[in-house]
Design a protein around this ligand. Structure first.
Ligand code: PRP
Ligand code: MG
Length: 177
């Protein structure tokens, strides 16, 4: 991966048995986190994308759990806040939730009721786009809170699952597999 900030970095994706889902092996982000230059490059690329395309962004919203690995770093770079969308039952205080469908069964995503204000311009970040169910649920949740969801970003997009087609907002991925 290349970033204008100077750090040129390559990272390999390795099959990771613990991340098997959707009947195939998804990519392992652990090598990115282990290599400081790789993580810096990923953050550079997200930062450049946001600054060029969505400079008015007021909040980065990250998805439980692996979105938390990238979101706060980006928010810090941009000098804006970071908000968590968590799996059910994890957040303190009043929350708003949305149910969504998984491969087997359903799940619920939650956000603190006062986490975003109506009209706030937000961008969602996660590590991976597979079927798009998780990002779609996060969009619904934020729209319920009347946030202005500008788009979403992931490190890796599994193209053959066509998750982007399920989303009604712009989606940006750094790496397509
Ligand atoms: C993984 C991944 C994405 C989601 C993508 O999360 O981190 O959030 O699946 O799949 P989808 O596009 O089909 O919804 P998961 O909840 O499995 O694990 P995590 O808690 O480690 O993030
Ligand atoms: Mg996840």
């Amino acid at each position: 991966m290349h970033s204008e900030k100077g750090a040129e970095c390559r990272f390999e994706t390795h099959p990771a048995p613990q991340t098997v889902k959707h009947g195939r092996q998804s990519a392992d982000i652990c090598p990115i986190l282990k290599e400081p230059k790789a993580l810096a490059s990923v953050t550079d690329l997200f930062e450049e994308y946001v600054k060029q395309n969505y400079p008015q962004t007021q909040l980065i919203v990250g998805l439980d759990a692996r979105g938390f690995l990238f979101g706060p770093l980006l928010a810090q770079r941009l000098g804006i806040g970071f908000v968590l969308v968590r799996k059910k039952g994890k957040l303190p205080g009043p929350t708003v939730s949305v149910e969504y469908t998984l491969e087997y069964g359903t799940a619920e995503a939650e956000i603190q009721a006062d986490a975003v204000e109506a009209g706030q311009k937000v961008l969602i970040i996660d590590d991976l786009l597979a079927t798009g169910g998780t990002l779609h649920a996060a969009c619904e949740l934020l729209k319920k809170q009347k946030a202005e969801v500008q788009g979403c970003m992931v490190v890796i997009e599994l193209k053959d699952l066509h998750g982007a087609e399920r989303l009604s907002i712009p989606m940006h991925s750094l790496l397509q597999l």
